[in-house]
Design a protein around this ligand. Sequence first.
Ligand code: ZN
Length: 188
Amino acid sequence: MPQQSDEHLLSVFEKLNKLSFRRQQLMDRRNVLSMLIQFKRNNGQNEQEYSKETGELQQIDEDLKVLSDRKIELEKMQEGGSLLIDTTKSSSVIFVDSPPPFPAPQVILDVKQLPRHSSKTQCPFCRQYITTEVMTKAGSVTYLLCLISMVFCCVAGCCLIPFFVDSCKDVTHKCPKCRSNINTCKKF
Ligand SMILES: [Zn+2]
């Protein structure tokens, strides 16, 4: 599923690139045409004599408008929103953000706010943008739960269970590049 969306993003990105290129071509052509029209006008030609150029200029303006609409659409898609095109008015596009199945991966700059799973952040030691590696380690809560289960109901070593359950343990975020410990999320 993430691979598919990567490919999708890549194709959106390629389309955006092609679109910018096409836009540049049109802008160049537009500049040439305006100069030509200006030149003909200055030479005393009347409007009919350069109507072909004026017509092409208008066509280019329309094409440019379509392109910029398309560009907005693609940029929205790149941001992960899906869009609905209102067919009754072809020029108006309504964007509807689809609720993501999981929180969008965002770069968390405050390392103190890193969640208990691997996340994108900037390493405070090597200043690189990284996806943290997480390691779980028995923390005070783990020992506490172990103690409680020993006091109340220890049958067949169930006091050891907290040591095998990640959600009872502390989570340490590590930088995959410089191997520094970025932050530890204590259970309490
Ligand atoms: Zn680092």
